[in-house]
Design a binder for this molecule. Structure first.
Ligand code: F6P
Length: 540
């Protein structure tokens, strides 16, 4: 593989993009000019429909995009991932999150099923009340302490599957080193009936360490017995030594492996809070849904491969239409945390400027991913999407049915808003202001008002529609985005699985913390930072 910019397909796609940028181009014309456009540009996989027909796309576009995939040797890169090759080249590791949801019967990683069995036994003990705290009371509340991939995935899935929550326990997620998050959480809890999960692949993350130590102090204040830690703390980590040193009983340690990236880890023991929240059977359904998408990604022809099609369009928009961000708008309040989860998945994977050969990339890479649940987004940022100057493709996500069986009319309104927004983005509207008020037609005032009310349209979007929001379909949807991110990294010739960019901030934080703790201890910080430290101290 090499930079996509050197391929004939990339150059052809740049030339090809010009037709979509002509003044008279109307995205909606693509529908009038070709019957069955939806059929030609939509894909189904089990209970998931991808409608990509509202994109800048003709059969010729698709041919050129698939040429790009071929010239970037996508098929062999997909095989390399499933074969466990060291595709995380800078850390010399495999990226085998697909092995986490591979059925045991066909798995090459028995440690996965062993860990699932350990999780299952633990969940059963907690749910049944057989796991008790230092005063022999059952556990009612569980606090997951972790950040990034040790928080975002479990928190998002637990929230999304709230309708499947079991009554035995309440889940809480603490991630920020800001003490108020832990304090506000613990204020409502009883140390006798609270269990902490310390989730940290490295077991070196400052935020997690600080929160775990504070949580232990909170417990000790009431228990006043060091042995209570063993009853109220479990850990999920690849650093078993550090966790043991913290005081976690070795029987309460759930392993993580170096071939599981943090942002791809919710399927591993990092998903323990999910299993506690919705039960192990539903957690296994989540895995099964992801495995189903894994099979689709591995086996489907590239032209009928959902993650591949979505990735090719995103890479084309970034390379030929100067797109710098993409909005993900799930029309489901239960999926409100999905954009936050996808932010780490996307931007920690694709925010890279060195290619696999260690050279500076020659094309834009990465995308700023943002979004919130719809329909709320319509009352917040959709104005910019409709009349702004930026080219921002949108992924709409919706479920055909809702959990409530009595609120079907409201669910219909939710879906109608979702579908109408992608339609409005495509069609736009030329405004005749005389329709709405008494200004003279063609008067200066009318023309001015018309301009402000004109909506350009021609804004592309995908719509992902699932039959219902259940563990299986959610697993399928999340895996789709994991594989989309991998495909984009292959097309851009970058490593999706390392994150060297986050190390500098951590190192500097140590230096700044030292300067804050011992005034005058260092002067090799810049004038801004030194004065910020001084002002904060003066106001403390
Ligand atoms: O943000 C950097 C990062 O290493 C993420 O990749 C990871 O998910 C997060 O910090 C937490 O890391 P750990 O699970 O090792 O505490």
């Amino acid at each position: 593989m090499s930079s996509p910019g050197n391929t004939s397909a990339w150059i052809a796609l740049q030339e090809h993009s010009k037709q979509f940028q002509q003044a008279d181009f109307r995205l909606s014309d693509l529908f009038t000019n070709s019957a069955n456009r939806f059929t030609a540009f939509s894909l189904r996989h089990e209970n998931l429909l991808l409608d990509f027909s509202k994109n800048y796309l003709t059969p010729e576009t698709l041919r050129l995009l698939l040429d790009l995939a071929d010239q970037q040797q996508l098929s062999s890169a997909i095989k390399a991932m499933y074969d466990g090759e060291l595709i995380n080249t800078t850390e010399q590791r495999a990226a085998l999150h697909v092995a986490l949801r591979q059925p045991a019967a066909s798995s090459d990683h028995p440690e996965v099923e062993d860990t699932l069995a350990k999780m299952e036994a633990f969940v059963a003990k907690v749910h049944s009340g057989r796991w008790t705290g230092y005063s022999n009371k059952r556990i009612t509340d569980i606090v997951n302490i972790g950040i990034g991939g040790s928080d975002l995935g479990p928190a998002m899935v637990t929230d999304a599957l709230d309708a499947f929550a079991v009554p035995e326990v309440n889940l809480h997620f603490v991630s920020n080193v800001d003490p108020s998050q832990l304090d506000n959480t613990l204020a409502k809890l009883d140390p006798e009936t609270t269990l902490f999960i310390v989730a940290s692949k490295s077991f070196k993350t400052l935020e997690t360490h600080q929160n775990a130590a504070s949580a232990r102090a909170w417990l000790m204040h009431k228990a006043n017995d060091e042995s209570a830690t063993g009853k109220h703390f479990v850990a999920i980590t690849s650093n078993l030594e550090a966790a043991t040193k913290f005081g976690i009983d070795k029987n309460n340690l759930f392993p993580l492996w170096d071939w599981v990236g943090g942002r791809f880890s919710l399927w591993s023991a990092i998903g323990l809070p999910i299993a506690l929240a919705v039960g192990m059977e539903n957690f296994r359904q989540l895995l099964a849904g992801a495995h189903s998408m894994d099979q689709h990604f591995r086996e489907a022809e590239l032209a009928e491969n959902m993650p591949v099609i979505m990735a090719l369009l995103s890479v084309w928009y970034t390379g030929s239409f100067d797109s710098h961000s993409t909005a993900v708008v799930p029309y489901s309040q239960s999926l409100n945390l999905l954009p936050s989860f996808l932010q780490q998945l996307y931007m920690e994977s694709l925010g890279k400027s060195s290619d696999l050969q260690g050279k500076p990339v020659s094309t834009n890479t990465g995308e700023v991913l943002w979004g919130t649940a719809g329909s709320n987004g319509q009352h917040s940022y959709f104005q910019l999407l409709h009349q702004g100057t930026q080219f921002i493709p949108v992924d709409f996500i919706a479920a055909a049915t809702c959990q409530s069986k009595t609120k079907t009319e409201q669910q219909q309104h939710l879906l109608a808003n979702c579908f109408s927004q992608s339609l409005a983005l495509m069609e736009g509207k030329t405004e005749d202001s005389t329709e709405e008020n008494s200004v003279e037609k063609d008067s200066v005032e009318a023309n001015s008002t018309n301009a402000h009310k004109t909506i350009a349209g021609n804004k592309p979007s995908n719509t992902l529609l699932i039959s219902e929001l259940n563990p299986y379909n959610l697993g399928c949807l999340i895996a789709l985005y994991e594989h989309k991110v991998y495909v984009q990294s292959v097309l851009w010739n970058i490593n999706a699985f390392d994150q060297w960019g986050v190390e500098l901030g951590k190192k500097l934080a140590e230096q700044v913390f030292a300067a804050m703790s011992e005034p005058g201890s260092t002067t090799d910080l810049d004038d801004s930072t030194l004065n910020l430290i001084k002002q904060a101290r003066d106001w403390r």
